[in-house]
Design a binder for this molecule. Structure first.
Ligand SMILES: Cc1cc2nc3c(=O)[nH]c(=O)nc-3n(C[C@H](O)[C@H](O)[C@H](O)COP(=O)(O)O)c2cc1C
Length: 191
């Protein structure tokens, strides 16, 4: 299935073609080179003061860690993430080196996640961002230090037909992608 964005002016193909599937091909395996490429894309994201507050945990389907990570997701996500070829959890530093809180790390996490999702699209694969997790469970599974918080998971894999899903996940899969109109979100200066 393709869900290319409808835009008033052309945008980069990987931006237009990226979407968040829940139907993944449970027989597909992501190559080591593809996974390395996705990690490199994340590493090269911009961050405030180049602090790079992100840490990545990668697990491929069939591994014990993959199952444990899926087990730390909320119920709805556990229904479809297991078919992904890999899961990648982004954790962020929750404080600056001087011990002060570091809320801007959340913004940096979004940038590294988007870099990885676009690279995944470039590879002909898909990445679905997932924030629905039980944070304390994920923290235990990943054995995170106190200064790291798990923030977002990317489910990475190859898209499968929508009818491989059931229930709410299937219903959401066949919905068209929608966005607010530019007129509604550009407060000033729309061309
Ligand atoms: C920060 C963030 C958290 C998300 N968490 C979930 C989630 O827990 N479960 C889920 O199925 N989708 C999740 N999504 C996917 C969004 O529902 C999806 O990106 C949105 O509906 C737009 O669809 P598109 O990505 O196909 O354009 C999340 C997306 C983002 C950016």
């Amino acid at each position: 299935m393709q869900k290319t964005a409808v835009t008033a002016a052309a945008i980069a193909p990987a931006l237009a073609e990226r979407w968040s599937p829940r139907a993944f091909d449970a027989t597909h395996t992501a190559s080591q080179h593809e996974l390395l490429s996705i990690l490199e894309a994340g590493r090269w994201a911009p961050s405030a003061n180049n602090m790079q507050p992100w840490r990545f945990s990668l697990a491929t389907r069939g591994s014990e860690l993959f199952d444990q990570i899926v087990g730390a997701l909320t119920g709805f996500n556990q229904a479809w993430v297991p078919r992904a070829s890999a899961v990648l959890v982004i954790s962020i530093k929750n404080q600056r080196p001087d011990g002060e809180p570091y809320p801007i790390a959340m913004l940096d996490a979004g940038l590294t996640a988007q870099n990885m999702m676009i690279q995944t699209t470039e590879l002909g694969l898909s990445a679905h961002p997932v924030a629905g997790m039980v944070h304390e469970d994920m923290r235990k599974v990943l054995d995170l230090a106190d200064d790291l918080d798990p923030i977002l998971l990317l489910a990475i894999g190859k898209v499968a037909p929508a009818d491989t899903l059931e229930g709410p996940a299937y219903e959401r899969e066949i919905q068209p992608r929608v966005r607010h109109e530019l007129d509604d979100i550009v407060l000033h200066g729309k061309p």
